[in-house]
Write a protein of this length. Structure first.
Lengths: 183, 328
């Protein structure tokens, strides 16, 4: 595994485990939405892209894929103001069934904002599918209708999740233990 | 605070303009979904959809008086809610007579969004997947509802141009251009000194124009006991979660004469979530005392929801957002 700074990675979910679980989720979602005209799959940039791509390959229902991006707290040089949409949907979701796809739900702060924002656009239905769920870190309660894995309170990377833009492309999910002298 | 009101003909794209202006300005959008969500907590019954921007013509019908009374209560609550909100938030108000509610209010910008019928028909057919005849009827009904709502409640003609700073035709300008014009009009209001400064955040920060202060759900700026609490409040503000700082003290122990000997005030209360949050960033060996209090709180007040964020969790949060810890 490429790790020139000698941060320690401990594998939590193998490629096979992820592959199997994503297939199960795809099957369940396809079953739950069977008979609908179209599902709008909204992937939250950037972390959920890997999951959304694999999940969408497992859907047997008609769907459109779109993306939404929001600013992150602390991403500016000084944390001020309020969250903003950095990339809005291209598809009009009025009276459409929407599935919001997240890579991870921890505090619930981002998801809480996204749900509020999307609901103002009057979708026919709105559900949430998250690859990972860390209920131990929750600050605000948010509904997670489909979850890949519930994991303990660790800093995790891989399968879309990054640490300073690194490790996104790992095919596994790993806990990152930072080597203090190395960073 | 500043208010931008957007009145719109049905199918003119006014909803989208309002949403995009709110996002670009960082203002709170007051639309139907937002009103529905908030008025429930004000004791207004869920069936107020029958009154929301509707032509009200039930005279002579059975139960008229009762319905009229409900409508009066709904309107009074709605208007108080919007006025209260405008005290502490910058708003974009979609419809609901905002242009009259905030008429002659200097920090207000009133916009009317219109479009010729042909273009509106196309948009409504496409958005709602309707055939043209149904869309035409829907447009007629919706416009009549909004026109009558303004006439019946406020006595104004919604096409009275004296009510608006700007009238924008989205067929001639397009949605993006309309949004840009409204945002620019707001900037002009800023320069005139009518609006609080809002955009762009980064340049305001560079110019030192922005006073970095956090405000709770009632608009107060509390003095925090610890920098970590202020940072946490800032984070909640960022994600538009309402909070109150130490709003309540729970008595935990009493002496034989009934005097309170031990009490506990959780750091935050999140009213929308109905949950208390306690930040515990102290050294681990001091945490046990607080844990004991929280255990006691849970015994005596089992209905009170409290979430504890320990030092480790808090540092994890900061790490997630790439922020350095302040003031240990």
């Amino acid at each position: 595994m490429p790790d020139e700074e000698a941060n320690q990675l401990e594998i939590l979910l193998t490629r096979e485990q992820i592959y199997q679980r994503v297939a199960e989720l795809g099957e369940k979602i396809s079953k739950d939405y069977s008979g609908i005209e179209e599902l709008i799959v909204v992937a939250v940039l950037r972390g959920s892209v890997y999951f959304a791509v694999d999940l969408s390959r497992r859907l047997s229902i008609p769907f459109s894929l779109d993306f939404i991006g929001i600013s992150s707290y602390g991403a500016t040089s000084y944390p001020l103001g309020i969250v903003r949409i950095t990339k809005d949907l291209d598809i009009n979701i009025v009276q459409k069934h929407v599935l919001l796809v997240e890579d991870i739900v921890d505090t619930g702060l981002t998801l809480n904002y996204l749900i509020k924002n999307l609901k103002t656009r009057n979708p026919k239905s709105l559900r949430v599918c998250s690859f990972l769920d860390l209920p131990g870190r929750r600050i605000v309660e948010v509904p997670v209708d489909y979850r890949g894995f519930e994991i303990p309170d660790l800093f995790v990377v891989g399968y879309g999740l990054d640490f300073q833009e690194r490790y996104r492309n790992l095919e596994v999910v790993a806990a990152l233990k930072k080597n203090r002298s190395g960073t | 605070m500043a208010v931008i009101t957007i009145s719109r003909q049905f199918g003119s794209g006014g909803e989208a303009v309002a949403r995009l202006v709110a996002e670009k300005m960082g203002y709170l959008l007051v639309n139907k979904a937002m009103i529905v969500e908030n008025l429930r907590s004000y004791g207004v019954e869920d069936d107020f959809d029958q009154f929301d921007e509707k032509n009200f013509s039930l005279i002579e019908q059975a139960g008229y008086r009762e319905i009229e009374e409900k409508r009066r209560h709904y309107l009074e609550t709605l208007h108080n809610f919007i006025y209260d909100l405008a005290i502490r938030e910058n708003l974009v108000i979609l419809g609901r007579g905002g242009q009259v509610l905030f008429k002659d209010f200097p920090p207000a910008l009133h916009v009317k969004i219109i479009a010729p019928l042909k273009g509106r028909l196309e948009l409504v057919c496409k958005s709602y997947e309707l055939d043209e005849a149904v869309a035409a009827r829907l447009i007629e009904e919706q416009d009549q509802d909004r026109r009558e709502y303004l006439r019946q409640i406020f006595g104004y003609n919604w096409l009275d141009l004296d009510l608006y700073h700007l009238v924008l035709n989205t067929e001639l300008f397009g949605l993006e251009e309309a949004v840009a014009l409204v945002v620019n009009a707001a900037r002009v209001k800023e320069e005139m000194g009518d609006f609080p400064l809002s955009l762009p955040e980064d340049s305001r920060q560079e110019q030192g124009l922005l006073i970095s202060q956090v405000h709770d759900a009632t608009g107060n700026a509390p003095s925090f006991a610890h920098p970590s609490e202020e940072e946490f409040a800032r984070m909640l503000d960022f994600y538009q979660i309402k909070w109150l700082y130490e709003p309540k003290t729970f008595p935990l122990e009493w002496d034989s004469e009934g005097n309170i000997t031990v009490a506990f005030s959780p750091d935050f209360y999140l009213p929308e979530q109905d949950i208390y949050v306690e930040l515990t960033t102290q050294k681990q060996k001091l945490v046990w005392r607080k844990n004991k209090k929280i255990r006691r709180l849970r015994e005596i007040y089992p209905h009170v929801k409290i979430k504890i964020i320990y030092g480790r969790d808090y540092r994890g949060l900061l790490q997630k957002y790439g922020i350095e810890e302040k003031g240990e």
